[in-house]
Ligand binder design. Structure first.
Ligand code: EUG
Length: 617
């Protein structure tokens, strides 16, 4: 039933991706050439997926008979309209970043048909979302809200419980509700992508910046709720939000922050996007990385535009890594570094060109063999970065005189490392990745970051994302664990460190071929061991893929699991029927808890040889 053939030269592979005018998740016209090239490149290595084929589709919610499911769906269609409820009964198509599925995880780690929706619904308003939530409570059908479904590397659009009904909020709820140029803030619905927000700011000629992650297709609201990171001084996305509107799991509506106070004559409160904390306990945090409510509107601060100067600094020696980190720390704490810079390993200078590993390492282009260090060296020597080991991508902000002073301070600080070299955009050719960094670090969302997906054929990625103190000796321990385990499991390692003054997000991508059961098994095995070994030393992930949420949540177990017991208390109070995104971030409602849903061992690897990850109920 589900054997997709998207690798064949079908219409999809050659079709022009939709524009932002045609679809809320589409490509801005200024990036269409990039998008078409990127799609062509990615599609050229696509292979048939490997659905286990053991599941009937549409996959049913747990414990619901097909008759009851069909009746419930008919009722929902009656409330929302026939067109706004779609059964997930067609072949699954992984697509690519700009034409991604809302039915499953395009970067599947278990079988393609494992983490799947039974149906997808498209609410057009907050009352529609309330209707869906009340329907779910009545029928005890799990629902799984997505903003746009581009949580790539962490599960995409997929529900944790197979057969859940996915609520695709973004398709119809994609309004920029307000941009307040004086307050430098905006209020958004879930379907507003970074691309959309950026284009709107430009169209209105507002002197404001947005802050975007490496890729711009994601939902501004969704990324902030998952506590994503960007690269201007406003890079802490959740930290820069101001006010939320939330549909609770019972269908009630809540506004947080100053939004809890009504404005005059039924208007929104005039300070909703001005002050985050308002009065009483701050509740916003419990609606990030959780399953306690559906965020349907969210406010954000925007940065007044300013001058900026990006640069890269290269460091020759592999072993200088801890020293580099110790130089970064005071610079970041003093805010000489004003944003979230990245420290990357030189292997990325090869991968961000978009050429495959096969191109750099003929005959070694799959995950069979890791690219040897001397092959990286040979190529890097001929590139602008030269024969180096680490590359620091930074940007300075403010008036030009201040930027010049900052650059002098930074250059002087790093000169303690022999052989370090600063390069400015004008020192590298126009196609160099530094020019993409200039854009991202000044709030212009790009597509370029996808290039590294071309490293291996038919690639998916899974991210291991621990937090390390910004301190050489800690960074060395984390990096040591990661490097050792990547070697053991046979994957190329692409470390990217997103740096702040006291901590760094160490992002390690695992790139694997989605059609290779062996690579998927090794990717999952690597991930499990990374989480466990890092936790032994006290390093935990800031975010993880759905399938590893239980294990990661389990590492935050101080005080006899005090935090999870607290979360479960909240979950059971807010969602007594356990319908909202069961299992997200490892939080299971009472109805599911302790019944075999938690993945703490090698269930993922086992599921890859034909089994299912779900308990038999
Ligand atoms: C990246 C960054 C992340 C993340 C996943 C991927 C991309 C790095 C800072 O957070 O969670 C190139």
């Amino acid at each position: 039933m589900s054997g997709p053939l998207q690798h064949k030269p079908t219409d999809f592979s050659f079709a022009v991706p939709p524009t932002l005018e045609q679809k809320h998740s589409g490509v801005p016209s200024r990036l269409m050439t990039d998008a078409r090239e990127m799609k062509q490149k990615l599609m050229s290595t696509a292979k048939p997926a490997n659905p286990s084929g053991v599941h009937e589709r549409p996959r049913l919610p747990p414990g619901i008979s097909r008759e009851d499911f069909n009746r419930a769906i008919a009722e929902l269609k009656g409330s929302l309209g026939e067109n706004y409820v779609e059964l997930n009964d067609k072949p699954l198509v992984d697509g690519w970043y700009m034409e991604h599925p809302n039915t499953h995880d395009a970067f599947h780690i278990v079988g393609q048909d494992e983490l799947v929706a039974s149906a997808v619904v498209y609410p057009g308003s907050t009352p529609d979302v309330q209707t869906i939530v009340r329907w779910a409570n009545k029928h005890e059908i799990p629902i799984y809200p997505i903003s746009m479904g581009r949580n790539v590397g962490y599960g995409g659009a997929a529900p944790r419980v197979p057969g859940s009904v996915v609520i695709d909020l973004g398709r119809r709820m994609n309004k920029i509700v307000n941009i307040d140029a004086e307050n430098a803030s905006c209020l958004l619905q879930p379907g507003v992508s970074y691309y959309r927000l950026y284009e709107e700011v430009k169209k209105r000629k507002l002197p404001l910046w947005i802050d975007c992650p490496d890729l711009g297709g994601g939902s501004v609201l969704g990324n902030a709720c998952d506590r994503g990171v960007g690269y201007t001084p406003y890079g802490d996305h959740f930290g820069m939000h101001c006010g939320m509107e939330i549909v609770l799991p019972t269908g009630e509506l809540l506004r947080t922050g100053m939004g809890a106070m009504p404005g005059p004559n039924g208007a929104d409160n005039p300070t909703w996007q001005s002050f985050q904390n308002a009065y009483g306990p701050t509740s916003d945090g419990i609606f990030s990385q959780s399953n306690f409510g559906i965020v349907v509107q969210m406010g954000f601060w925007m940065m007044p535009e300013t001058s900026h100067q990006s640069y890269m600094i290269t460091f020759p020696r592999e072993d200088d890594f801890p020293k580099i980190v110790d130089i970064i720390r005071p610079l970041a704490q003093q805010r000489v570094l004003g944003n979230v810079p990245q420290l990357r390993h030189v292997i990325q200078e090869l991968s961000v060109t978009g050429f495959s590993k096969e191109h750099w390492f003929p005959g070694g282009g799959t995950n069979e063999r890791r690219i040897p260090r001397d092959v990286i060296r040979k190529h890097a020597s001929k590139m602008p970065c030269g024969d180096c080991s680490w590359v620091f991508y930074g940007t300075q902000y403010g008036d030009p005189a201040a930027i010049k002073t900052q650059l002098d301070i930074i250059k002087k600080a790093f000169s303690a490392i022999p052989g370090s070299r600063m390069l400015l955009p004008e020192d590298v050719p126009p196609e160099h990745y530094l020019h993409a960094r200039v854009k991202v670090c000044s709030g212009e969302p790009v597509l370029r970051e996808l290039d590294w997906l071309n490293w291996v054929p038919n690639a998916a990625h899974l991210d291991f994302s621990p937090i390390s103190p910004t301190r050489g000796r800690d960074a060395e321990i984390v990096h040591g664990i990661v490097a050792k385990l990547y070697k053991k499991w046979g994957f190329d390692l692409f470390p990217t460190l997103c740096v702040a003054g006291r901590e760094m997000h160490y992002i390690a991508n695992i790139l694997y071929d989605r059609a290779s059961l062996d690579e998927k098994r090794r990717a999952a095995g690597l991930m499990r061991e990374l989480i466990a070994e890092a936790a032994k030393e006290g390093y935990g992930e800031y975010r993880t893929h759905l399938l590893f949420a239980d294990q990661v949540a389990g590492t935050y177990n101080w005080g006899n699991n005090a935090l999870m017991r607290f979360n479960e208390t909240l979950k059971d109070a807010l969602d007594p029927n356990g319908i909202l995104a069961p299992g997200r971030n490892g939080i299971w409602p009472k109805r599911f808890r302790g019944k075999g849903w938690e993945i703490m061992g090698d269930e993922v690897e086992k599921a890859q040889s034909g089994g299912a990850i779900t308990p038999k109920i």
